[in-house]
Design a protein around this ligand. Sequence first.
Ligand code: PRP
Ligand code: ZN
Length: 297
Amino acid sequence: MKPRDRLRIAMQKSGRLTEPAQELLARCGLKFRQSRDKLFCFGEGEPVDLLLVRDDDIPGLIAEGVCDLGIVGRNVLREFQLTADSSVPRIEELRPLGFGGCRLSVAMPQEDAYTDPSQLGGLRIATSYPGLLGEWLRENGVEAKVVMLAGSVEIAPRLGTADAICDLVSSGATLNANQLREVAVVMESQAVLAGPATLPTDERGDLAELMLRRLDGVIQVRDSRLVMMQAPRDALDAITRLLPGMPRPTLTQVDGEPGQVVLQALCAGAVSWRQLEEMKKAGARDMLVLPVEKMLA
Ligand code: PRP
Ligand code: ZN
């Protein structure tokens, strides 16, 4: 394969992860020229290109070196780790990304009774995740027949090709529409950044490091708020206790008012009206709550 000097990131072409993944990359300063076939997007500004593919293909594409990084569900990555041939390079979760939350669950027809995993013994369970389901069945000491299906898993019980399924559940609408009931959670999942266990040592490695630093900057501040206010020095303890995450504030002396300080604090979460009102009662005034866009320590 000819060496590349541009970093290539794979993500889902169309699906639940597509929009939030694009938004995240935009926040990391990446801009893409949309190509006509929309499979390959050329990165403008930074030498980072985007490959839009089926989510299930992403870990394999990284392992083959076609892409350097990927945004993919933890479920897809873990399944790949469990089922890939040992000769294939290891692909790891580099960062959880905090969106696309869902779970891989076992579901049964609504009318079927279920109290514990042992009841799945001897049943046929349809899934696209034979590795993860197999591991869970072993851990629970259940012997069941795993029926591998690439898609439309939820229809299997009605077609009579399986007694239960193991599939992703997000809102639960798909299960409901198919008269299925979630009975056991096999794993909790969310979108993650996946990449090789060791990053390339050339320019792409440096670019990958740059991307990780920017991602950290975006992820860290995504739910953060910058709070500014003026407060009496002797009320600082009480006020700091009311701030989410109990941050260590930066204080600035107010000219001509020795007992007063301006406080600035990066809080690890939303600040409610209730909290502001409590701080006001404690003596704070001129309070401002600001969203944070980027952070570089
Ligand atoms: C999953 C799963 C269900 C659906 C569940 O598919 O296969 O079809 O989402 O979501 P719900 O509980 O909100 O109805 P996904 O979007 O991950 O696509 P894929 O498995 O075909 O890649
Ligand atoms: Zn998929």
